[in-house]
Design a protein around this ligand. Structure first.
Ligand SMILES: *Cc1c(COP(=O)(O)O)cnc(C)c1O
Length: 336
């Protein structure tokens, strides 16, 4: 089976398992796990922030961020199709009593500056207090332009809002932009007060995310993490995988991006099939309704796993080879 459902399906490599096996451990609830501490220091440095917190999932990382930026009765501005609004079970509202203000996004994933401005509420007892702007990069595999990040976050800051980036796939954006990926990752993070990154997506770890930001913010987030059940003990076993990934799996994301482009190129010219040119590792394929019926099941029967309905989503990752990409093209062409 060629599994293109998500970049979360990867298994840890033998070298990653060896790093996990060799990790020095302690009880992280006591702050005693040297590997967790090393990871937190490393990711904070990489993204140019004072401090970091290791968490089991990106959802929990975003939740801790929202609950540390906002109090009960506050509101955050967020894309209508953003993970921090639509795909996290309503956690900010349910657990944080924080009101989301979802805003329709542009086709590139950005939220228009005028739409951000229009949703910032005046200081009036009728309204929730607008506290935070949350953006997502990459969004649907698309890289938000650096000048947009600059414009949106300075608008927010000028209005007294804090800024948070859901950078689950931040390193995909950093690798897709021209220049040094580490420099790019830091430049993206520089625009935001706080950033969440996932290690369990393209970076290929079994578990783990990090939240980075100012020291006092991370202290608050640490309390929230405990409250929502995210205090882990010998978590260095997992942090070791993330440290390994930061060392060995960042630059290779370019291979995943090349694979996504190769898939897109391989699907050119099929009638009733529209392929978007992928910027990173996520490829969307739009199907005419008459071609879409049962297509995911038919692809699975032919040996290819993906998700979607009229719009297939194919995600490349560490565990798919070039040979498998060529095989995937053959399966897709035959089935579509
Ligand atoms: C995957 C993802 C998350 C969080 O994912 P978890 O499955 O909770 O680790 C957050 N934001 C985006 C954009 C994601 O893709």
């Amino acid at each position: 089976m060629i599994d293109l459902r998500s970049d979360t399906v990867t298994r840890p490599t033998p070298a990653m398992r060896a790093a996990m096996h060799a990790a020095e451990l302690g009880d992280d609830v006591f702050g005693d796990d040297p590997t967790v501490n090393a990871l937190q220091q490393r990711i904070a440095e990489m993204l140019g922030k004072e401090a970091a917190l290791f968490l089991p999932t990106g959802t929990q990382s975003n939740l801790c961020a929202l609950m540390s930026h906002c109090q009960r009765g506050d509101e955050y501005l967020v894309g209508q199709m953003a993970h921090t609004y639509r795909w996290e079970g309503g956690g900010a509202a349910v657990l944080g009593s924080i009101q989301p203000q979802p805003i329709a996004q542009q086709a590139d994933g950005s939220i228009a500056l005028a739409d951000i401005e229009a949703q910032i509420k005046p200081d009036d007892a009728h309204f929730a207090r607008t506290r935070l702007l949350t953006l997502e990069n990459t969004w649907g595999g698309k890289v938000l332009p650096m000048d947009y990040l600059q414009a949106a976050t300075s608008l927010a800051r000028g209005k007294g809002l804090a800024t948070h980036l859901d950078g689950a796939r931040l390193f995909n954006a950093a690798v897709a932009l021209p220049g040094d990926p580490r420099r790019n990752a830091r430049d993206i993070a520089d625009h935001f007060d706080t950033v969440s990154v996932c290690f369990s997506k393209g970076l290929g770890t079994p578990v783990g995310s990090a939240l980075v930001g100012p020291h006092d913010f991370i202290v608050r987030a640490h309390r929230v993490r405990k409250m929502v059940g995210g205090g882990m003990r010998q978590a260095g076993v997992l942090a070791a995988a993330a440290l390994h990934a930061l060392e060995h799996h960042v630059d290779r994301l370019a291979d995943d991006h090349a694979h996504a482009r190769r898939l897109a190129e391989g699907l050119q010219g099929l009638p009733g099939v529209r392929v978007e040119v992928p910027q990173t590792n996520i490829l969307f394929v739009d199907l005419a309704p008459e071609r879409a019926h049962g297509v995911v099941d038919r692809l699975r029967d032919a040996g290819l796993l993906c998700t979607g309905l009229y719009r297939l989503r194919l995600v490349t990752h560490l565990d798919v080879s070039s040979t498998q990409i060529d095989q995937a093209v053959r399966i897709l062409r035959a089935t579509l």
